[in-house]
Ligand binder design. Sequence first.
Ligand code: ATP
Ligand code: MG
Length: 475
Amino acid sequence: MIPLPLSTIAEITGGTRHGPPDPEGSGPAGNGPAGGDPVVTGPVVIDSRAVEPGALFAALKGEHVDGHDYAAGALAAGAAGVLAQRPVDGACVVVDDVQEALGRLARGVLERLPDVTVVAVTGSAGKTSTKDLIGQVLSGAGPTVYPPGSFNNEIGLPLTVLRADAETRHLVLEMGARRIGHIAYLTGIARPDVGVVLNVGTAHVGEFGSRENIAQAKGEIVEAVPEGGTAVLNADDPLVSAMASRTRGEVVTFGRSPGAAVRAEDEALDDQGRASFTLVTPEGSAPVALRLHGAHAVPNALAAAAAARAAGLGTGAVAEALSAAVPVSRWRMEVTERADGVTVVNDAYNANPDSTRAAIDVLVHLARGRRAYAVLGEMAELGDSSMAEHARIGQHVARSGIAGLVVVGANAAAMAEGAGQVASWTGECVQVDDVGAAVTVLRERLAPRDVVLVKGSRVAGLERVAEAILAEDGR
Ligand SMILES: Nc1ncnc2c1ncn2[C@@H]1O[C@H](COP(=O)(O)OP(=O)(O)OP(=O)(O)O)[C@@H](O)[C@H]1O
Ligand SMILES: [Mg+2]
């Protein structure tokens, strides 16, 4: 973060400075010499174990833990102060609501960094992957903040913003939404110069009620783009391209459609499922060979190219940077080969119907001439459509003709039913209760050169299956 004294943090957040008690016993606690006015020079953290000297520790009150209980430890570890909802024993700024104060502080910090270009990404699937691509591309043009992971909510987003400092030229933010108004709240903290909408799928449809409502929510990102800014929209997704009417910024489309301003031509997949294509922009064209797996990385790369172009980068530099980009955040399409040639595709970070189909397509592509297993857990938060969506994925797996489907957990059971409906499928479907049982099933069946996909929602934690299988290393 840029260095700020606690008194300024109090001003920005509308909070009150409290200091440690005066050791002489005279005078009020507060901004006096006993309290001092410590300067925050380090990061803003919500986990006291992550405190570094000069940090600001934000004491959030969660369901199970109260950050205030860790304030003393944070100060002892060198925190310059605590952002808290009640005075703690040490230098602090007391606010009504720590989460909102984080947002206000992030906005205040950005206001002090007028030269930072803010790029914000939303969509149902691929936000983190695309944020990581944009971050890697923009890093070639100047210091860029884009921490690994999602950080896309009312806590993670301000924490990301607060990593920016005077050196920073680009800030790449992921914005998620579980309700209408969520993204508007986030753009109120960090107004995007470039707003990107990837796609409108069915993730969280249970909470939104319909895809139209999801589109309404995601479009808030381009409503926040000011005149002179850029809205980057997916030309291949009608609910996204329709958002053009909701922005004052310049609209730049990306996609496979011939009409897209930034598009891919001559797309091909290598035997590892990595895409190559010719990147075409209004300025020219250049070859791209991605190191990321799956055809679904192509629209993400095109969105990244359009965003980087809006931030001033040329087509050749963008194509080169995309070709050099590697996976940054864990458990998204991590393809690892065991000593015996078993290939494990660990895509267990999360799952919804769109990303699960995309992952199965990668599995099928990788497995040409080899035996393939899909280990699938539940796709959470699908509401009323949950059973039907799980069944459709089961059908998709069975129609793809792979050797086996391992369905993990009761909430995914409808996948097995769906697979069972495809009479032509000769593969095997096994239902297991948990990760341990899935590993046992795989142990019994896997032979050299098989390919295994592991995927499910975060709650399923299926990365543990991938890790267990890889740890055996084919012995
Ligand atoms: N354009 C895409 N279409 C479909 N699936 C995708 C796309 N991009 C990435 N995925 C897959 O979706 C999953 C999640 O990817 P990623 O973490 O990038 O998405 P996200 O939108 O950030 O998710 P979250 O909402 O959990 O933050 C991964 O399995 C990834 O391989
Ligand atoms: Mg994410």
